[in-house]
Structure formats: C-alpha cells, structure tokens
Design a protein around this ligand. Sequence first.
Ligand SMILES: Cc1ncc(COP(=O)(O)O)c(C=O)c1O
Length: 343
Amino acid sequence: MIVPPILSEVHPDISQPARLLLSLNENPFGPLPSVRHALAAATERANRYPEFLPRRLPRLIADRIGVEPRQVSVGSGITGVLMHILQEFVAPGERVVMATPTFDGYPILVGMVQGQSTQIPLAPDGRQDLDRMAKAVEATTRLVALCSPHNPTGSRITKDELSSFLAKVDPAVPVLLDQAYIEFDVAGELTDVGSIIAQHPNVIVLRTFSKAFGLAAVRVGYAVSSPELAARIQRWQVPFEINAFAEIGVEACYNAEHELMRRVERISAERDHLARRLRLLGLDVPTSFANCIYVAHRDEIEAEILHRGFEKEGVLVKGYPGGTRITVSDREASNTILSVFTS
Ligand SMILES: Cc1ncc(COP(=O)(O)O)c(C=O)c1O
C-alpha cells in the first residue's frame, strides 16, 4: 500500500507571525478596487448555489484565450484540476515523471492517488532536464509534468525544446505543461495555448488565476487540452465545486487585465533588479521568468546562516536542499532580502 505524504509536514504552518510572506509565490498586490467591488457584490448572493457543473466560467476563459469552451476544464486552482487529471489517468502504482524540485503539489497529489513519482533532478544550470525526463518515460508512465516557467527556478522551455521533447515521448502519454507563471513570461515562445494544443494533441496546458491575476484565495485554475482529453478530465468535476466567486473574480480580472498586467510588469522589473543585485554579491541566481527567484546555496553553512537571517527579519521564504526560493514583491521587500544576504 502506498501511503500519501502527511500534508502538515510538507507544508509548514504559515499562520505564524511573519513580516513578509515570500514563500508561496503569491501576488503582493491586493485585488484592484473593481475586482474587490465585484467580489463584495457577489457576497449578496452567497445563499445561492453556484452552477451545478461549470458552463459559464469555461466559456469566459475559452473566449479570452481563443479555444473552444469544451477544451477548458476548470477546478479549484491548478491544484484542483490536477487532482481530476490524476484521478482519470493514474491508477495505483502507475507513474508520473516530473522534475525535482518542482511545484510541491505534483508529488503530493500523485501520492494521494497512490501513484508513483519518477523525480528527475534539475540539470546543473537549474533547468528541467528534458532529455533525462523523456528517457524516464516507461511502460507504466501515465503522465509527464513539465513547468514553464518552472517553480522554483523560474526557467522557461522554448518551442523547439518542447517539440523535440514531445517527439521522444509516446504520444499516448499526456504531457502537462504547467504555465502557472506564464503572464510573467510575455516574451516567451509558449504563450499561444491554442497553437500548442493544435500542434501537440497530447499536451494539457495548466493555468491559474492565483499568481499574476492575484486571486489565490478564490481558487480558480484551468486545463486546456484536446476535446477528447478534456472530456476525460471533466468526468471528475464535482457538482457545485466551482464557487460563484470564481466566475465573478475572473470576469472582473479580465475587465481590468490591462491594469493587472502593469502590476505584472512592475513585479517582473523588481525581480530583475533583485536578481542583478544578488548576482553582484557573487550569488548564483538563474534567470527567472516567474515571480520568484532561486538562490543556490554554496554550502550547508551558508544555508543555515541564511535561514537564521530570514527568521530574524520575519521573512518567510521557501527552502530546498540546494537553495532558497524567494517570491518577488516590492522594493522594500527586496531591500530586506538584500540586507539578509549582506549581514
Ligand atoms: C508551477 C505551479 N503550478 C501550480 C501551482 C498551484 O496553483 P493554484 O493556486 O492554481 O492551485 C503553483 C503554486 O505555487 C505552482 O508553482
């Protein structure tokens, strides 16, 4: 029997008092007034159930990104859709290939469906090792999970890299392309979801409103895929699962998209500033296309000193065996981070 991980051990209690919450790659900005107003107005109807099965939300998203509504499967964040995908494709004992480290949700949820994670270490440059990941696909592999931009390093995958990876993988194996941070990578080559799916029918693109759109608390994410794969994913849609605030929040965000993307530009500029300053201190910070940066530790002693420094300043960051992931916020937060590295 495969025992799923104990979640309270994977995710520390974040209710502890902290001055700066930089451990979950959230958006530092609260909702825009128009989004806040729409969500507040929706509370008036909180006594009513939302749609039995979501129809309007997938249509709203599909119209915006240029695919058919039946290709969009929605859930409680990417995490929720991912659970549906795993329920459909992965039986106990079957395998999912992923990088390590990656978004914690992958090994956790694979454990919940009693699947097995094949975890491939990142290449020395901090990018997903696509060659090794392709070679790791075996007869019992039911899914592969790629991220672009990647969590925690922020690296991106190019169009050619994706095509040559997919050419090596059995097309019967669905490949997740997790784009939780895609809005921070406007110059990337994999922004047109419609053409990715049309070219590679075994790809399932995952996106979320938790990051650039700043709706992490509302829990809205979606998968875009071929209609055939979507029909399989949607078999697991739980009645009334998508709360009414999801649709209202997404509509309000789309109406304010221009303003929200200006915030994304600010965060991206702050990310580049912080990375530059840390590199000037001699630190190894890979180029990031997400809203976080990853600082590789030179040794255990440095890791321990940093850990204590962040704790003393009341800054929550995310530690890995070989480095620290820091969510990018504003200039004041960057200065606090820099002070930890220089003290
Ligand atoms: C790569 C990646 N995918 C998915 C998620 C989860 O997103 P959601 O809030 O939509 O469940 C995260 C959150 O950190 C992430 O980093």
